[in-house]
Ligand binder design. Structure first.
Ligand code: NAP
Length: 264
């Protein structure tokens, strides 16, 4: 299916690895120009080479990288210096660390809220009016299944991301909705990325089990019997950015292999 977005330009945050890279790759395959932001220059270079190889269409889409922390005003300024008028924005940054809420001080909370709530809001604020004026725009926020089914040790994530979810539910339904702009959240369950590998290694250490056993146990708890992969996540993101998805807005799209046990 032709998604009808070739020639558009996307900002993909946290796009050098994992789910962000999956989104950037799916978009560039559709002929979308991509500007990828992440902090580490080495991984960014590797991502750029992979994206250049995947770039499809004529004229070929461009791939630009910005080595910056998207959670800072300077990082966001660098992203907008690389390109001003984004048609598509994928918001994403590292998730907050796990722990016990008794140990989190105000600083820990501000950091989590800054990264997982206020940064996406700043990016939405900076782009939606221009998108509306041009008659097309797509914002996809990578959040987490923890927004629907909270995970006790991820209280910082549960809290900050729920704040973003509430904000998006409101803003997606403002008059920008009638001007071709959609805003949706994409909620990953367990996807096989560096972050998940880190979590598995931590759980193995804590339980005394080896990593393979911890991974197998975790996968047994998912109806699909496996972790997701960034390619399938990216494909959903690209669809949400498509012309065909123009009537989907303000939604929380869960992709978790059936792990969430609710009917709705
Ligand atoms: P990942 O494999 O660790 O990749 C994270 C990407 O974001 C990297 O490119 C990283 O590069 C970049 N990044 C992190 N902090 C950044 C910052 N401040 N500014 C710019 N770029 C930044 O993680 P992932 O698994 O793809 O996860 C992506 C998001 O989904 C996270 O918020 C995570 O909590 C959430 N999530 C993931 C899963 C899962 O199963 N994987 C499940 C639920 C939620 P640098 O470190 O070089 O900046």
């Amino acid at each position: 299916m032709d998604l009808g977005i070739a020639g558009r330009t996307a900002l993909v945050c946290g796009g050098s690895k994992g789910l962000g890279l999956g989104c950037a790759e799916a978009l560039v395959r559709e002929g979308v120009n991509v500007v990828v932001v992440a902090r580490g220059a080495e991984a960014l270079q590797a991502a750029a080479a992979r994206l250049e190889a995947a770039a499809a269409g004529s004229p070929r889409p461009f791939v630009k990288t910005v080595a910056a922390d998207i959670t800072t005003p300077e990082g966001r300024a660098a992203a907008f210096a690389a390109h001003a008028d984004y048609d598509i924005v994928v918001t994403n940054a590292g998730g907050p660390p796990p722990g016990d809420f008794r140990d989190w001080d105000r600083e820990a909370w501000i950091k989590a809220v800054d990264a997982n709530m206020l940064t996406p809001i700043e990016l939405i604020k900076a782009t939606v009016d221009g998108m509306a004026a041009r008659g097309y725009g797509r914002i996809v926020n990578i959040t987490s299944s923890s927004v629907k089914a909270p995970i006790d040790i991820l209280g910082l994530s549960n809290g900050a991301r729920s704040g973003l979810t509430g904000f998006v539910a409101g803003v997606a339904r403002t008059p920008i909705a009638a001007k071709g702009v959609t805003i949706n959240n994409l909620l990953p369950g367990s996807f096989d990325t560096d972050r998940l590998k880190g979590t598995m290694a931590g759980a193995a250490k804590k339980s005394g089990l080896d990593v393979d056993t911890v991974r197998a146990n975790r996968q047994k708890g998912i109806p699909a019997g496996r972790f997701g992969n960034p390619e399938e996540f990216g494909a959903i993101c690209a669809f949400l950015c498509s012309l065909q998805a123009g009537y989907i807005t303000g939604q929380n799209v869960l992709t978790d292999g059936g792990a969430y046990p609710g009917t709705y």
